[in-house]
Design a protein around this ligand. Structure first.
Ligand code: CMC
Length: 422
């Protein structure tokens, strides 16, 4: 394998080193390109750009592989709890039993937020989208804990990390409880991290709450499947905001805004809305496949396609099994599931989707599972965020540990050359 690329430009021979990762992408190191040639590269959407070196997640889009810190997603999903995967992503190793207990206890101790945060929540209309409220509350957390969140090294930041892991599920559950007119509650510290998320979301004030074990198991897996996905839009946002030396909490708030878009985490809500629209329209699935293929129509098949996967998204394969387990315990079949299965089959047999290697992604089945758990559609992206939080934290910390420079791309100017007022 060559270790450099050579080309001639303006009569000058230019050498650019090739940079090799442990596996996967090999990159041309262009850091000196502008200095030696005056040229920059042009890559809208960063489709062909490696923005950083990372040791957190490995993804092979052609093979449909996803690994965190060297472990496959299938292995983690089958054998670990979400709290263990959180530890793995942020601290680099799976915790021993005592490390896990200590970690959970620290989180439980910090599971309180300032009551004044309820004032911010109260000022939102009941109809506000939960992602909008969650991003605001997460940014607001900075004001109530100004001593936390700035970079001091991973060991010194443990307290900030724990605070965020403890506070985030409280704030997320409050967005749900507000929309349902339920009182705002706090954690039940006798439960697991995931059991507690279910408790905070679903407990009714007038009844005991017993988490449904099948649903808690499914939620555990769902959160693991969303925990990190290398340099996606929201994680890149968290890194780029943090690269200005913005603190951890506001960087995460920015990540939430990026996640909300329907081409990214907002797709899980958009999938269900699309399926409902198809059913209301007479369940004419072919009509919607044709719309998605029509270049003059802006409609896209939600939950299909991925920037990196050119094969099945391994998460969607696992999700399909979880969907079967959770939906299997329900008395009535959700008609949306049948439409989803047929839509998936038709798209997978269609030349348009085959030739472009468009497969169902993580958002295609997750919404059906949330729906079966009685989680409102508008909350789906919040559920994604609960899963992605450890990934964002890990990416932010790594970016600061690697002392990455401020993220500041160049542009190719195409506006007026020069204009005068008089
Ligand atoms: N429906 C119809 N056509 C599609 C779709 C789709 N869902 N996705 C991609 N294409 C077409 C696209 O029009 C293009 O066609 P052509 O080559 O003829 O111009 C080709 O496939 C390549 O697509 P692209 O837009 O260049 O790919 P991208 O990497 O820029 O976009 C994507 C990736 C995920 C934004 C896109 O596939 C999409 O919009 N999917 C629907 C939204 C969605 O499900 N998002 C969730 C993504 S996975 C989880 C997450 O990140 O949160």
């Amino acid at each position: 394998m060559q270790d450099k690329i050579q080309f001639e430009y303006n009569g000058k021979v230019v050498d650019l080193p090739i940079f090799k990762g442990v596996k996967g992408e090999q990159a041309i190191d262009i850091r000196q390109l502008r200095n030696t040639t005056g040229l920059v590269t042009y890559d809208p959407g960063y489709k062909n750009t490696g923005s950083c070196q990372s040791a957190i997640t490995y993804l092979d889009g052609e093979a449909g592989l996803l690994m965190h810190r060297g472990y496959s997603i299938e292995d983690l999903c089958e054998n670990c709890s979400f709290i263990e995967v959180i530890h793995l992503l942020i601290f680099g190793n799976l915790p021993t039993t005592s490390e896990k207990d200590e970690f959970l206890n620290e989180i439980r101790e910090k599971s309180l937020v300032d009551e004044d945060l309820k004032g911010i929540l109260k000022s939102f209309p009941k109809t506000a989208h939960p992602m909008c409220i969650l991003a605001s509350l997460t940014a607001g957390l900075v004001a109530f804990t100004p001593h936390l969140g700035s970079y001091t090294g991973i060991d010194q930041m443990r307290s900030s990390i724990i605070k965020l892991l403890a506070a985030f599920p409280i704030l997320a559950s409050w967005t749900h409880r507000k929309s349902r007119g339920l009182p705002l509650n706090y954690a039940n510290t006798s439960l697991s991290y995931v059991g507690n998320i279910a408790y905070m979301m679903f407990r009714q004030p007038h009844m005991e709450y017993y988490p449904n074990p099948i649903e808690v198991k499914a939620l555990n897996k769902l959160l693991i499947l969303h925990a990190d996905h290398e340099q996606n839009c929201s994680s890149s946002t968290v890194r780029i905001v943090g690269s200005s030396h913005a603190d951890l909490f506001p960087s995460i708030a920015a990540g939430l805004s990026a996640l909300w878009g329907k081409l990214h985490g907002g797709a899980n809500q958009a999938v269900i809305e699309m399926l409902i629209q198809i059913i209301k329209d007479g369940n004419n699935i072919q009509k919607f496949i044709d719309k998605a293929k029509d270049k003059k129509d802006p409609f896209r098949l939600m939950g299909f396609g991925h920037r990196v996967y050119r094969n099945f998204d391994p998460r969607s394969k696992l999700l399909k099994n979880i969907a079967k387990e959770v939906l299997g315990q329900k008395k009535n079949v959700d008609p949306i599931l049948e439409t989803a299965i047929e839509l998936e089959q038709r798209a997978l047999e269609d030349e348009y989707f085959i030739s472009r290697k468009l497969y169902p992604n993580v958002d295609f089945y997750s919404g059906l599972i949330y729906r079966a758990m009685d989680i409102p559609t508008k909350m789906f992206t919040v559920m994604f965020a609960l899963g992605r939080l450890p990934g964002w934290i890990a990416q932010w910390i790594e970016m600061r540990q690697n002392n990455e420079p401020i993220g500041r791309p160049r542009q190719i100017y195409v506006g007026h050359k020069s204009r005068r007022l008089k």
